[in-house]
Design a protein around this ligand. Structure first.
Ligand SMILES: *Cc1c(COP(=O)(O)O)cnc(C)c1O
Length: 433
């Protein structure tokens, strides 16, 4: 962003970015924050309140990232803050069990009947890594099946991409991932029933990993019947069905996407909302599987800060506010944003496909339906990048990548949506010109 005088509109951000690049790889602690995919420098944030964030230069933005999902109640929710403060006053960490962990586990089990027991971790990556270890221990098998474009954290064996062909043996998508590890993962295109059958017919899997609503290639919901077919096929194969609900858990419905689609996964991976903005995640499932986790069983997994009292307090205070009315409201806001973006595109004569599930929206720059990663990758990335730059210049902060979801919160208002849609219409008209 530059002004007419050539000075950046974010001088404090630029200065920090300069310093950051010297001491932090790429200047950021997680790659997407660098905003390289939309061709600009990152914005350093100073504060957030409700649906708004403010950068270190004092610019305000309507925030559609919401920390990539955890902040379903927006920034600085009063009850969450109160719960964190109360917990902090009692001590930040003990490395011993606390009451809060029991309350949170009970709360999750009540919302998700398929999660009879759960073990907490500090990140979604750690939770999915641990779920895989458990699935391998329970089945005595090594192979994993995942879908291309799905993300389950930066676990070695899941950083793989499909090559050509329908069902492809994994090739590492990052240096540093041993070929032998990647080869244990088979990747198939999402929403492709034949490729799924072929892969399940050819291998014995420990786990079939699935984002029940894929949201890391943009929002690409399953086609009708696909998830039921997937669940049945995994069972026939003898694999555990591992539902990654790190994004969808407690976002799309009180009991997550498994409630929405009527599925009972063998294992479930949770994160983001469960920590209410603090580092917490979990994996859980049927008692017959979870009883293998140490010290109940012999599958080792541990964590110094697992079940951290502050994170647990924030998670509980978040879940407490997520009743049926909250999900109705979130669904309403989601629909309003999706419809608004569609109308903005139509008025600008721009082809845009807006896909959404409660709490999640992705505007894809394409005229066609997006049903898998290949279709998402074929979208006009340059147009999305220009769209994002234009929105940022107008005080709207979208996820800076075509392959991410816009995250709604209950702190967003109709007015926030109206302002966002107005800004979108302006930017799209400019792009079309
Ligand atoms: C964010 C995410 C993860 C990883 O969670 P981290 O806490 O970032 O490690 C795993 N799965 C899905 C679907 C995610 O969106």
């Amino acid at each position: 962003m530059s002004t007419a005088t050539g000075k950046p509109a974010t001088p404090a951000s630029s200065a920090l970015y300069g310093r950051a690049q010297r001491v932090i790889p790429g200047g950021v602690n997680s790659p997407v924050r660098a905003m390289r995919q939309i061709g600009r420098d990152p914005i350093f944030i100073a504060s957030g309140a409700g649906a708004q964030v403010r950068d270190v230069d004092g610019n305000a933005y309507i925030d559609w990232v919401c920390s990539w999902g955890p902040l379903i109640l927006g920034h600085g929710n009063p009850q969450v803050r109160h719960a964190i403060n109360r917990a902090a006053a009692l001590g930040s960490s003990f490395g011993a069990p606390t009451e809060g962990e029991v309350l949170l586990a009970e709360q999750v089990a009540e919302r998700m009947p398929a999660v009879e027991m759960l073990r907490m971790t500090s990140s979604g990556t750690e939770a999915s890594m641990s779920a895989i270890r458990l699935a391998r221990a329970v089945t005595g098998r090594d192979k994993l099946l995942k879908f291309s474009g799905a993300y389950h954290g930066h676990v070695d064996g899941l950083l793989v991409q499909a090559g050509s062909g329908l069902a492809t043996q994994g090739i590492p998508s990052s240096p540093g991932v041993p070929a032998a590890v990647a080869q244990a993962t088979v990747t198939v295109p999402w929403n492709d029933a034949d490729a799924l059958d072929e892969a399940l017919g050819a291998h014995e899997f420990a786990a079939v990993l699935v984002e029940l609503v894929p949201a890391n290639m943009g929002v690409v919901p399953a086609e009708p019947g696909y998830l039921a077919r997937l669940g049945a096929a995994a069972r026939r194969n003898g694999a555990l069905l591992v539902a990654d609900e790190v994004i969808t858990g407690f976002r799309v419905a009180p009991g997550g996407a498994q409630e929405l689609y009527g599925l009972a996964p063998d294992l479930t991976v949770l994160g983001k909302v469960i920590g209410g903005g603090l580092p917490a995640a979990a994996y859980g499932g049927r008692r017959e599987h979870m009883r293998h986790v140490a010290p109940a069983g012999d599958v080792y997994q541990a964590g110094t800060l697992s079940g951290n009292p502050l994170a647990v307090a924030a998670g509980l205070a978040t879940l407490e506010q997520l009743d049926h009315a909250a999900y109705r409201r979130l669904a309403e806001l989601t629909e309003r944003l999706a419809v608004g973006l569609r109308e903005a595109a139509a008025s600008a004569g721009r082809q845009m496909r807006v896909q959404s599930v409660t709490g999640l929206v992705t505007p894809f720059f394409t005229g066609a339906e997006v049903t898998d990663y290949a279709a998402a990758a074929a979208c006009d990335q340059a147009a999305y990048a220009a769209f994002c730059r234009g929105l940022l210049a107008r005080g709207v902060y979208p996820p800076p990548s075509q392959f991410e979801a816009w995250f709604l919160s209950l702190a967003h208002s109709e007015r926030d949506i109206e302002l966002t849609v107005e800004a979108a219409a302006e930017v799209l008209a400019e792009l079309a010109a």
